[in-house]
Design a binder for this molecule. Sequence first.
Ligand SMILES: Cc1cc2nc3c(=O)[nH]c(=O)nc-3n(C[C@H](O)[C@H](O)[C@H](O)COP(=O)(O)OP(=O)(O)OC[C@H]3O[C@@H](n4cnc5c(N)ncnc54)[C@H](O)[C@@H]3O)c2cc1C
Length: 376
Amino acid sequence: MDMLNDPALDAFQSEVRAFLDAALPDGLRHAAARATSVFIDPAISLPWQRILNARGWAAPDWPAEFGGPGWSEIERYIFAAECARAGAPNLAPMGLKMVAPVIMHYGSAEQRAHYLPRILSGQDYWCQGFSEPGAGSDLAALQLRATSDGDDYVLNGSKIWTTHAHFANRMFALVRTSSEGKPQAGISFLLLDMATPGIQIEPIRTLAGDHEFNQVFFDDVRVPQANRLGAENQGWSVAKHLLTFERGGKYAPSLLGRIERLRERPIADPVLRTRLGREAVSLRALQALELKAMRGLGGNPALYASALKILGTEAAQRIDVLACDIAGYAAWADSDGQTPTELAVAVPRYLNDRAASIYAGSNEIQRDLIARQILG
Ligand SMILES: Cc1cc2nc3c(=O)[nH]c(=O)nc-3n(C[C@H](O)[C@H](O)[C@H](O)COP(=O)(O)OP(=O)(O)OC[C@H]3O[C@@H](n4cnc5c(N)ncnc54)[C@H](O)[C@@H]3O)c2cc1C
C-alpha cells in the first residue's frame, strides 16, 4: 500500500495492523493457513467475525447507519490488505457481502431491523439459493416454483451447488412466481429459514474431496410472503444488484499474501524465482486496478466487477500451479522435512480453486458481459 503516500492512511494502516497483531488468535491464524478453500468453515470464520464485530469492524463495506465503521473505499482496501497480510480467516460473504447490501437497498424497515444485526453478529449464517440443475449461467431459466397460498408461498423444486447450506440457518433464494412473459419477469427473491419443514440437504463432494456445497430439495415448503425482498416478480433486479457485490472484489491483497508466504523459504531454482517475481508484478498491476475501481475512477462498476473477477481468479489459479511446482521442488530440496503450510496445502488448493473461474458467474460469461458493454 506504499503507493498511497498519505500520512492519514499510514496512521490508519498502523492502527489496523496493531489491532490484528493483538486480536487475531494464533489458533485461528493457523486454521486459516490450512484452509483449502476461500469458503472457510464457520467454526473458523465465526469466532473471528465475533472478535471483529466487538471492535465494530465485521462489516467494513456497510454504511455506518447499519453498523459499519464508516470507512472510505481506500480504508476498506487497506483493511482487507492488512487482514490478508496477517493471515486472518476470510469471513463468509453470503450474509455480510451479498444479502446484506440488498436488504439495505430493497428491504422494508422491519426486514432491515430484523436481519442486519443478526448478520453482523453471526447469529444468522446464510447460503445462496440461485443455481438449479437446469439453470446456472442461464440463471433466468430457474424453475423452483413458488405458488401463492394465503399469506404464504409454497415452494417445490431444488437448488444446487449451494455453498455451506449444511451450516446455514438462512437462505436467500430466487424462485419462480410467474411463467408469463420473459423468464426474468417471473422471478421473486425470498429470505427463508432453513429449518422450515420440507427442506432436505444432500451433500455434494468437490474434486478436492471437500464437502463445501450441496443440493437442496424443497417439498411443499411454506414461506411467508412477508419474507419476500422487493416486489413480486421483481426478483431479477434484486439479483442483479446482489451479483455486483458477489463479483466485485479485492483479490490482490490475499494473493500477494500467498506470494509472500511462498517466498518465506529460499528457493534455489531460478525459474521458480522468476515465476514468483512475475506473479508479484502482475498482482501489483491488479492491485492498482482494484484501487482505481475502489476510488470510482473506473467508469461502469459492473464492467470492473467482471474484469476483476476474471483477473483475480485466473491469477489465483496460476499461483496454485506455481505453489504445486514449488511444493514438488521442496519435496526433494528440503532436508529438514518440515513442509511449510502453504506448500502442504498446495495440491488441495489447486483442486479447489479450479472452481474459481466457474462460481459467481463463469469467466466466459464475464467476458461476454464485458464484450456486450464495450461493443454494444
Ligand atoms: C465452488 C462453487 C460454489 C458455488 N456456490 C454456489 C452457491 O452458493 N449458490 C448458487 O446459487 N450457486 C453456486 N454455484 C454455482 C455457480 O454459480 C454455477 O456453477 C455457475 O453459474 C455456472 O453454471 P453451471 O455450473 O450450470 O454451468 P453452465 O452454465 O452449464 O456452463 C457450463 C460451461 O459452459 C460455459 N457457458 C455457458 N453459457 C455460455 C455462454 N453463453 N457463452 C460462453 N460460455 C458459456 C460456461 O462458462 C461453463 O464453462 C457454485 C459453483 C461452484 C463451482
